[in-house]
Every structure is written in structure tokens, then in C-alpha cells.
Design a protein around this ligand. Structure first.
Ligand code: ADP
Ligand code: MG
Length: 411
């Protein structure tokens, strides 16, 4: 996430990522200039695509690009230029498709390349940086631009912050003409023709950002070609998941191969789940209680393994699914159930926990803090289940108990 350095790391956890080629299809729909290209899922498709592109553009150069949900592909060997026509494109595709691509954003294990994008090669005069994102502190869409494009923007922000300009768009007024001109000049676009092109580009990008409910739209690099055109050479789009109800088309854009399998499973079950780095699994209801639970675990010296909110009115099946997900993680060395039963009944929670544990067994310490509707019945069910459960009298008590038990179990 490149925004830490700009202290704008407000990208929400609930975002959805898509591939470059899908982003470019969206750009094209909004009139943002992109190179011609086609996606390929097999090496055999690459030759014909390259031939078509070469015939259409009259340009013998094509670029073979790995499609994974991570940036920095070029440096990792996932973007290669073919000057030798369809044959060279095919042999590059053979190397890239199926490779384990390691970039600064994939983690050390890398990401397997299952899709390629074959696109027209362009003559680059300048590589620039342009992004739109939701600045949650300002409650506005921010545009970030820099002439230092094509490289790690976080590094640019850190070492040469003066090379980055940032403007905020008033949601009522929209993108104003003076702002477009300010950006154009900062990016070195002078002259009437270029100003016109850049202005059209910005208008299209803003329409795409708002129309598609993006949380991030990043073009790195935006290029000026040797013939003076302005083209989006890369496309990174994140959607704000909260708007999924008005975008039925998003489902088709999802690529399950690129997602955390556990998070995917959770989404299907209607649970809100995020994997974290720690070792204490948490089962909680309500986002606020989930946050508070993570805080209190950290405060007590432990580290949460996940954020799992079963929601206000989960069923026994959902609770049991959620608990199974926690139980099956190898990282989890202890489990803290922290439930306040309002609409949610404590006996339903207890039944879900018991069902999941019967199936998978309980190999790590479990601390349960139940409060609220049907709490007596819930406690009774757990007591009679024969499970080795420590009960907690309060949230703070529970956090301390699970941190201590996890530590003891690891020692
Ligand atoms: P990533 O950011 O994941 O490394 P990019 O799409 O930005 O991937 O590509 C990396 C670099 O490859 C670009 O900065 C550009 O120099 C070059 N490149 C990418 N696509 C093309 C293209 N169609 N024509 C010419 N050069 C390209
Ligand atoms: Mg890039």
C-alpha cells in the first residue's frame, strides 16, 4: 500500500482488487487512452494476439505482462518487451505464465502467474505518476501526481516529497478547471493541445473513480509518448467493497486465485474476516467489539491472528463456520471468544462453538467471555460440553487469560 509515506493510509480493509487488463477495460469505457491489448490464459493464445496487435497498430513491438494483484511486476521479471514479433512474444509468455512472480508487494513466496496481458508497445518519452484515492481524513477524493513516475512512489514521497503534488476535489463542485490546469503544469503539460488531452483524461478518470466506486485508481506510469499522446500504461484499481450492492458486475471481475482463501470462504459465508499477523484467534460479534477486542489483546501483550466479526445476528451455522476457520489455522495458538449477545443469543454461539469443535477438536487454549441474551444457557451448554474452556468475567479478564494461556502453550 503506497500511501503510508504520504500519511494517507486510509485504504479500507474491505476493498476489492482487479487485474491491470480489467482496469484498462474500465479506462477504455470512460475514454481514458490505453494501449491496445488482449488478455491471454494460455500460451497458445499469445501468438495470434501478438499478430493481431502488430497488424492493427503497424508496430512490431508488443509487451507481455503478468497479471497478478500486485505491483512492481516489471522489476520481478513479469513485464517483458518482444521486438521479434509473435514468436518472441510466445517464448516470453512461456517463461512468464506459470512462474512464481516475486515483487515487493507479493511477499517472499511470490504469486503464481495464471493470466497474461499482451499489449501494444509504445515509445515512451516520459513516465509520470497519477492517482486518485479517497482521503478519509479530508473526506474528499485526492489527486496525487508526480513527474517521477514508473518507480516506487513511496520512495519518491520519502526522499523527494517536493516532487509530489496533491490536490483535493470538493465533492459538491467536482473537479475544477483550475485544478486540472494546476496538475497539468505540475506534470509538464504545456501548450493548447496537450492541455486539452490532459483535461479530457482527468475528466474521464474522475468520472471513472466516482462512477465505479473506486477507493484507489493509480496509473504508474502515465506516459507521454514520443508523438505527444498521453496514455495510461499501467492501471491499478481498488473498489470500495461497501458499494458492491450496486455493482453486480464486480463478481465477474473477481479472481479467486489472487485472494486469501480463508477471506474468500468467509465472504461467501457472510462473515467479515481479515487475516492478521498474530497468534490469538478472535471470534467476536460487531465491528466495534472486534476492534476493542484487538486493542485489549495488544494492550495485554498478545497479538490477534485475525479480525472476525460474525455480525449482529449470526446463525449457529455461521458461528460454527467461523469457529472452524479459526480452528483450522496453523497460526492460531489460542482462541478468545468475546460475545455480547444482543440480537445474537449466547446459546446460539455456544452451539456453534461446540459443533465446530466436535468436528475438528480443540488443540489450543480457549477463553470465552459471554454476556447478554441467554447467557446462562450459553454458559451451561459450554460447561456441559466437556471442552477445556476458561471462562472470563470481563473483556479485560478474558484478554489477560488468553494471552497468558497462549504464552504457556507455546513455551
Ligand atoms: P509494474 O508497475 O507492475 O512493474 P507496469 O505496467 O508499470 O508494471 O510496467 C513496468 C514498466 O514496463 C513501465 O514502467 C514501462 O516502462 C514498461 N512498459 C509497460 N507496458 C508497456 C508498453 N505497453 N509499452 C512500452 N513499455 C511498457
Ligand atoms: Mg506500474
Amino acid at each position: 500500500m503506497p500511501w503510508k509515506a504520504l500519511d494517507c493510509d486510509s485504504v479500507p480493509a474491505s476493498l476489492m482488487k482487479i487485474h491491470e487488463y480489467q482496469g484498462k477495460q474500465i479506462f477504455a469505457r470512460y475514454g481514458v487512452p490505453v494501449p491496445k491489448g488482449e488478455a491471454a490464459f494460455n500460451v497458445s493464445e499469445v501468438g495470434p494476439i501478438a499478430e493481431r496487435l502488430i497488424a492493427e497498430t503497424g508496430n512490431p513491438v508488443v509487451v507481455v505482462k503478468a497479471q497478478v494483484h500486485a505491483g512492481g511486476r516489471g522489476k520481478g521479471g513479469g513485464v517483458k518487451v518482444a521486438k521479434g514479433g509473435a514468436a518472441e512474444a510466445t517464448s516470453l509468455a512461456e517463461k512468464i505464465l506459470g512462474m512464481q512472480l516475486v515483487t515487493p508487494q507479493t511477499g517472499p513466496g511470490g504469486q503464481k502467474v495464471r493470466r497474461l496481458y499482451i499489449e501494444q508497445g509504445l515509445d515512451i518519452a516520459r513516465e509520470l505518476y497519477l492517482a486518485l484515492l479517497v482521503d478519509r481524513d479530508r473526506r474528499q477524493i485526492a489527486v496525487i501526481a508526480s513527474t517521477a513516475g514508473g518507480m516506487d512512489i513511496e520512495e519518491v514521497a520519502h526522499e523527494t516529497p517536493e516532487k509530489i503534488i496533491r490536490i483535493h476535489i470538493d465533492p459538491v463542485l467536482g473537479l475544477a478547471g483550475y485544478q486540472v490546469r494546476q496538475l497539468a503544469f505540475a506534470l509538464g503539460f504545456g501548450g493548447k493541445e496537450q492541455l486539452k488531452k490532459f483535461s479530457a483524461l482527468m475528466t474521464s478518470l474522475y468520472a471513472a473513480f466516482t462512477g465505479e466506486d473506486c477507493s484507489l485508481l493509480e496509473i504508474n506510469p502515465l506516459i507521454e509518448t514520443k508523438s505527444g499522446d498521453i496514455v495510461a500504461l499501467d492501471a491499478k484499481i481498488n473498489f470500495d467493497d461497501n458499494a458492491s450492492f450496486r455493482h453486480p458486475g464486480w463478481e465477474e471481475l473477481q479472481d479467486p486465485d489472487e485472494e486469501d482463501p480463508v477471506e474468500l470462504e468467509a465472504r461467501k459465508a457472510g462473515l467479515s474476516y481479515v487475516s492478521l499477523e498474530g497468534d490469538i484467534g478472535c471470534l467476536v460479534n460487531g465491528a466495534g467489539l472486534a476492534m476493542a477486542t484487538m486493542d485489549i489483546i495488544l494492550h495485554s501483550g498478545g497479538r490477534p491472528a485475525n479480525f472476525l466479526d460474525v455480525g449482529g445476528g449470526a446463525t449457529k451455522e455461521q458461528v460454527s463456520k467461523a469457529f472452524r476457520m479459526i480452528l483450522s489455522s496453523n497460526e492460531v495458538k489460542g482462541i478468545f471468544v468475546n460475545i455480547f449477545g444482543g440480537i445474537m443469543r449466547c446459546d446460539v454461539v455456544a452451539e456453534g462453538i461446540i459443533a465446530a469443535t466436535k468436528e475438528l477438536g480443540l488443540k489450543v487454549p480457549l477463553v470465552v467471555r459471554l454476556e447478554g441474551t441467554n447467557v446462562e444457557l450459553g454458559r451451561k451448554l459450554l460447561d456441559e460440553s466437556g471442552l477445556a474452556i476458561q471462562s472470563a468475567s470481563s473483556m479485560g479478564d478474558g484478554a489477560q487469560k488468553i494471552v497468558a494461556a497462549t504464552r504457556a502453550a507455546k513455551a
